[in-house]
Design a protein around this ligand. Structure first.
Ligand code: AVJ
Length: 331
């Protein structure tokens, strides 16, 4: 790796999370677990096991999103690079870093040398993907940030000539109010020369959507149940995963998929680090993820609330998924 800056610039924020931040996090989790419909924020799904399971989900036949987004990106990459002309690439929730390669190949073919900042909540995945990318693209400079795209946008470097990419439909995992503040925060940090590339899953036949979140192989069920083990480990809990089952359904009114865990028998849970005791009757539910689905109009409306607008729209022939190149609305 000599010459590549990566090893010298280990991902920032390796410093342990401040105690205040841990207390706030604990308090936020406590509050969401005490809601009428108890909820576990989706970011807890992505520990090492969860990130591995998600990688497996992306290869499932029912989970069309990943391969469809890749096929759109392969066809649109040159046009995106020509339109955005980025000097800095910033990827939010970079995961295994597969898709960014398609943009890097297009930039390698026709673009200026760029810096590439990868942000992910999972440090191990981040380090691994940066190592691989630096080896395969030595002409580009890579930087890693361990963080959360809801709270760490301020650490993504200066505005001007940035293409911020948010793939996989992950923007859909935000509650509409969270999405509003996220897009608003991002828009504040963008200038007219910046662009945002958003991958969004499109509204479609509910049966197809529900199948994508409840695969017969049981990988999504394992991905969902794993969050209980994450809470046990992080917050000294005693969730018994065998007392819960996976459920996924499409809410037409809100145009989102919900993942939930359903208690299969009456059970009690302690989370000692939160000073919490929870009692679940048989059939009681915990919400673990939302996955909002969009149309071009609903995304334009959401972007518009943040002073953004869709500049380019790329879909697959079956309109399963889309990539939207979004910019600040000219005043
Ligand atoms: C890629 C994170 C957006 O919501 O489709 C996959 C996560 N959850 N199966 C999605 C997920 C269940 C996925 N995201």
């Amino acid at each position: 790796m000599d010459g590549s800056p990566v090893r010298k610039d280990a991902p920032e924020d390796l410093a342990p999370r401040s105690s205040t931040r841990l207390i706030d996090e604990g308090a936020a989790l406590r509050a969401s677990l005490l809601q009428e419909l108890p909820e576990i924020p989706a970011r807890y799904l992505y520990d090492d096991t969860g990130s591995e399971l998600f990688e497996r989900i992306t290869g499932l036949s029912v989970y069309y999103q990943t391969r469809t987004e890749i096929s759109i990106l392969e066809r649109a990459a040159a046009d995106i690079v020509a339109h955005a002309r980025p000097r800095h690439l910033v990827e939010l929730g970079s995961g295994a870093g597969r898709k960014i390669r398609i943009l890097l190949d297009a930039l390698r073919a026709d673009g200026p040398s760029v810096t590439c900042t990868m942000l992910d909540i999972n440090e191990l995945f981040l380090l691994q993907s940066i190592d691989r990318l630096s080896a395969d693209y030595p002409e580009f400079v890579f930087r890693g940030v361990v963080g959360n795209f809801m709270t760490d946008l301020g650490r993504l470097g200066p505005a001007g000539g940035r293409l911020v990419v948010f793939f996989a439909g992950t923007v859909g995992n935000l509650h509409p109010d969270e999405r509003r503040s996220f897009l608003g925060d991002l828009a504040q940090r963008m200038d007219d020369a910046d662009a945002l590339l958003l991958g969004v899953d499109l509204v479609k036949d509910p049966a197809r959507l529900e199948a994508a979140y409840d695969d017969p192989e049981g990988v999504t069920a394992a991905f969902n149940l794993n969050v209980l083990s994450v809470l046990n480990r992080r917050f000294a809990g005693n969730f018994d995963t065998s007392a819960f089952r996976h459920r996924a359904f499409y809410d037409r009114k809100n145009a989102w998929i919900e993942m939930r865990l359903v208690a299969t028998r009456k059970n009690e849970v302690r989370l000692d680090a939160l000073g919490l005791r929870l009692a679940f009757d048989k059939g009681a539910e915990i919400r673990t993820e939302l996955s909002c689905k969009f149309t071009r109009a609903s995304l334009e409306a959401s972007a518009g609330e943040a002073g953004l607008t869709i500049d380019r729209w790329y879909t697959d022939p079956a309109d399963l998924f889309a990539l939207a190149l979004v910019r600040r609305r000219r005043s």
